[in-house]
Design a protein around this ligand. Structure first.
Ligand SMILES: Cc1ncc(COP(=O)(O)O)c(C=O)c1O
Length: 339
């Protein structure tokens, strides 16, 4: 029983396969005992570190209980019940989940060739549209949209519509055409950037993410947020993690090599898989029964990849990029079932 459990490897949630920085663990250990005291409400130290990293002011930063917490608050506080929210089909499920939770109307644009085609959002925009979510890189497809594409889109839409650029996987991107979003923020007051600590920093269990936006939006969001929303250890972990840029670079480099390796090996076997800029790959199938068969086969081999059916998305699997030994194990398992 024990060896069966040990054989299982989770490849379904796009977590950092290399864990978190040793500096995070040290910092947490050093602060055992501080759990009995309320955390800092303002979190100015962490906001300043984030702001300095991106060349903005700390008044441009808000912190949340993961990017997901910020997505919830953005929908709740920046839109009213009769206003509309847009995003894409086959994108991050939280946009839809929280729109429904807050009883907001929600419309999805179609992807083209598995990429977010921003022009497909335009016919969905009307006077009630208040908020647009763009995951970049997109989860689950791993595709990106470029700086030029985003800027062209921002030029075309009314300035009253907030555009959330959700860059949770930003640090994994290698493609130089990826948006220089901070630059866009200076020109477009309706842009809100989301980044976080769950992915490359390996702090998914800590639940901490941040938003970067113009001061007016941030001060409004800060004025209504839950007091002490960032727990003490999430703050300690993030404060330590952000200073270990060597860990981030190392994870970026390892992931880029393994992502390429896995993409080529899976493609060689005849499976349809997309090139990705995240720490995951998207495999797509002609029919659901074949996809379920492949999913089951991998599961039987202890490789727990994400069947996108759990998010209401058909004919697709999402696979976290792991280390070489695990990736080889995955290739062997796929070789055994064949495409
Ligand atoms: C596009 C995107 N945004 C945000 C998140 C969640 O981030 P967090 O863990 O910071 O809530 C995910 C997680 O899978 C994601 O794919």
């Amino acid at each position: 029983m024990q060896s069966e459990v040990a054989m299982k490897v989770k490849l379904s949630a796009n977590e950092n396969f290399y864990g978190s920085s040793p500096k995070v663990k040290e910092a947490i250990r050093a602060h055992i005992g501080s759990e009995s005291v309320y955390p800092d409400h303002a979190q100015q130290e962490l906001k300043q570190k984030i702001a300095a990293k991106w060349g903005v002011d700390s008044s441009n930063i808000m912190l949340g209980v993961g990017c997901v917490g910020l997505i919830d608050s953005i929908i709740n506080y920046l839109t009213k019940p009769d206003e509309e929210i847009l995003s894409f089909e086959r994108s991050f499920i939280a946009y839809e989940m929280f729109s429904k939770l807050h009883n907001r109307n929600y419309h999805l644009a179609k992807l083209i060739d598995y990429r977010e085609a921003l022009d497909n959002l335009l016919p969905l925009i009307n006077e009630k549209t208040k908020l647009i979510f763009i995951a970049n890189p997109n989860n689950p497809t791993g595709t990106i949209i470029t700086h030029e594409e985003v800027e062209e889109f921002l030029k075309k839409i009314p300035k009253e519509i907030f555009v959330v650029l959700d860059e949770a996987y930003f640090e994994y991107v290698s493609d130089e055409s990826f948006p220089r979003s901070i630059e866009l923020l200076a020109r477009y007051k309706n842009v809100i950037i989301l980044r976080g600590f769950s992915k490359i920093y390996g702090l998914a269990g800590m639940r901490i993410g941040y938003g970067i936006a113009n001061t007016e939006t941030i001060s409004f969001m800060e004025s209504i947020r839950v007091p002490f929303n960032i727990n003490t250890f999430a703050s300690i972990a993030a404060n330590a993690a952000i200073e270990d840029s060597a860990f981030v670079t190392d994870c970026h480099n390892k992931n880029a090599i393994e992502r390429e390796f896995l993409y080529h090996e899976i493609s060689k076997l005849g499976f349809s898989v997309l090139k990705s800029q995240g720490n995951f790959l998207y495999a797509y199938f002609n029919d659901d029964s074949r996809k379920d068969e492949v999913h089951k086969h991998l599961e039987n081999d202890g490789l727990m990849v994400c069947n996108m059916k759990v998010f209401g998305q058909d004919k697709s699997l999402r696979i976290t990029v792991a280390d070489r030994a695990t990736n080889v194990r995955l290739i062997e398992s796929l070789t055994n079932i064949g495409s």
